[in-house]
Design a protein around this ligand. Structure first.
Ligand code: PRE
Length: 95
């Protein structure tokens, strides 16, 4: 038995179900791009960390992390800080 678009989206009308299904496709495409950008950021961050460690420095640079956190907070508000912290964890591991 197939699940109807209305059931799948939680909409109560076919019109709303069509809007939601289309918007979900756009969200899935955006999420794919965001994930790709995060993976690209992780690779660039690794280049920086490897260069610093090879030069005798530490993996982590807290002053720079404060700048990154402020950048996200200024753009997205308080949840931006949480997002940036998760992203930093992806880029340099847990500290
Ligand atoms: O900018 C740096 O110095 C980095 O190492 C990159 C980065 C980041 O991913 O933004 C990662 C680890 C550091 O603690 C600070 C920032």
């Amino acid at each position: 038995m197939s699940v109807t678009q209305t059931e799948k989206t939680g909409a109560r009308t076919e019109t709303a179900a069509t809007v939601i299904s289309g918007a979900r496709e756009r969200i899935d495409a955006l999420d794919d791009r965001i994930i790709g950008l995060i993976q690209e950021r992780m690779a660039v961050s690794a280049v920086i960390q490897d260069a610093r460690i090879a030069s005798g420095g530490r993996r982590v640079n807290l002053a720079r992390e404060m700048e990154v956190l402020a950048h996200y907070r200024d753009a997205l508000g308080k949840p931006g800080t949480s997002l940036a912290m998760t992203m930093l964890e992806l880029c340099r591991g847990r500290i």
